[in-house]
Design a protein around this ligand. Structure first.
Ligand code: SAM
Length: 300
C-alpha cells in the first residue's frame, strides 16, 4: 500500500474519527482508508450496554465511551439486534480469556487479539498475561491517540499488519510473542472482513504460533443460513454501506469446522451467538443473526 498523504488531521477528535489516508491500490486506483468504522460500531454497542440492568448488560467496558464516536453510537443505538449479539459475544470471549488466564496463572500466558480494533480487554481485565494486538496501522494509531496515557492492566504490544496482505507471524514474534507460551487467540468480529482464502491462511498461521492446548476463540457467519439468496445476495445492502467505509463485508470461512480440523484444532464449543442467552440466565429468543462463535484447542 502506498501512502499519498499523512494524516489529514494531526489530532483526533474523539467525537468523530475523521483521520483518513489516501493510497493507491494494486491496480493504481486511488482509495481511502481510515481507522475501522466497524471497530467503532462494536465499541458503541459495548458502550450502550451500560444503559441496561446488570443482568442484561453482560459486558462492562468502561473505555467504550472513549473510543466510540457520535456516528457509531447513533448507528448502534438503532440496531438492537446487533447490540444484543455484541454483548453476548463479548461475554463469551471475556469468560474464555479469564478462564484461560486463570488456568495458566503460574506461567506467563499470552493473549493475541487478531483484528483488535478498539477492544479494551488489555485495559479493563486484570488478566496478568502479555497482550498482543494486531490490526491495520490506521486503527492502532487512532487507538493509541484515544487511550492516550491510560495504562493497560497487562503488558501490551501492538503489531500493525494487514492480515489479508502479509503473514502476521514474523511481525508478532519480532514484537516479543513467544510461540512456546500458553496463548489464547481472540479473533472477534473479523472473519467476515476476509475472503475464505485469507481467513484459511490466518487459521493456518494461528496453528503455527500456538503451542498444544492453546486456544482460538472466534465468531463467524453460518453461511447455510442464507439459503437460495446466498451470502452475497442477502448482504448486498449492508455490504455496500460497509464498502463506503472501506470495509467491504466478505463471506469469511466457508467451512469453519473443516478448516480448523485441517490446521490442527479440535473444536470444544460452537454455538449460535443468540442461543447463548440461556447460558447467561437470559430468556431464549428466536435467532435473528447468522453469527456463531467457537472455542477451539490446538491439538498436541
Ligand atoms: C468489527 S471490528 C472488531 C474489532 C474488535 N475485535 C472488537 O470486537 O471490538 C473488525 C476489526 O478487524 C480489523 N481488520 C479487518 N480486516 C483486517 C485485516 N486484513 N488486517 C488487520 N485487521 C483487520 C478491522 O480494522 C477492525 O478493527
Amino acid at each position: 500500500m502506498m501512502l499519498l498523504e499523512s494524516d489529514l488531521r494531526a489530532d483526533v477528535d474523539p467525537k468523530a474519527h475523521t483521520t483518513v489516508r489516501r493510497y493507491m491500490d494494486e491496480t493504481g486506483a486511488e482509495q481511502q482508508r481510515g481507522p475501522s468504522r466497524s471497530a467503532a460500531l462494536v465499541a458503541a454497542c459495548r458502550m450502550l450496554a451500560a444503559e441496561l440492568p446488570d443482568s442484561e448488560a453482560l459486558v462492562n467496558d468502561p473505555y467504550a465511551h472513549l473510543v466510540a464516536d457520535e456516528a457509531s453510537v447513533a448507528a448502534a443505538r438503532v440496531d438492537e439486534p446487533l447490540q444484543n449479539t455484541i454483548r453476548l459475544r463479548s461475554k463469551y470471549i471475556d469468560d474464555a480469556v479469564i478462564a484461560f488466564a486463570g488456568t495458566h496463572r503460574t506461567e506467563r500466558g499470552q493473549m493475541l487479539l487478531l483484528g483488535a480494533g478498539l477492544d479494551a480487554r488489555a485495559f479493563r481485565l486484570a488478566l496478568d498475561i502479555n497482550v498482543y494486538e494486531i490490526d491495520f496501522p490506521e486503527t492502532l494509531t487512532l487507538k493509541a491517540e484515544l487511550f492516550g496515557d491510560i495504562a493497560p492492566l497487562s503488558p501490551r504490544a501492538v503489531v500493525p499488519v494487514d492480515m489479508a496482505e502479509q503473514s502476521f507471524v514474523g511481525p508478532l514474534v519480532n514484537a516479543g510473542f513467544d510461540v512456546d507460551q500458553p496463548t489464547i487467540v481472540v479473533w472477534e468480529g473479523v472473519i467476515n472482513y476476509l475472503t475464505n482464502a485469507e481467513a484459511e491462511s490466518v487459521v493456518e498461521q494461528i496453528g503455527t504460533i500456538l503451542a498444544p492446548g492453546g486456544q482460538l476463540v472466534a465468531d463467524y457467519v453460518e453461511l447455510s443460513w442464507f439459503k437460495k439468496q446466498g451470502f452475497d445476495g442477502a448482504t448486498k445492502k449492508i455490504s455496500a454501506q460497509l464498502s463506503n467505509g472501506g470495509e467491504p463485508l466478505k463471506a469469511g470461512l466457508r467451512d469453519a469446522a473443516g478448516t480448523l480440523d485441517r490446521f490442527g484444532f479440535d473444536v470444544i464449543d460452537d454455538e449460535a451467538v443468540e442461543d447463548l442467552r440461556p447460558r447467561y440466565g437470559l430468556d431464549a429468543r428466536k435467532r435473528f443473526y447468522p453469527a456463531r462463535i467457537f472455542t477451539a484447542s490446538r491439538r498436541p
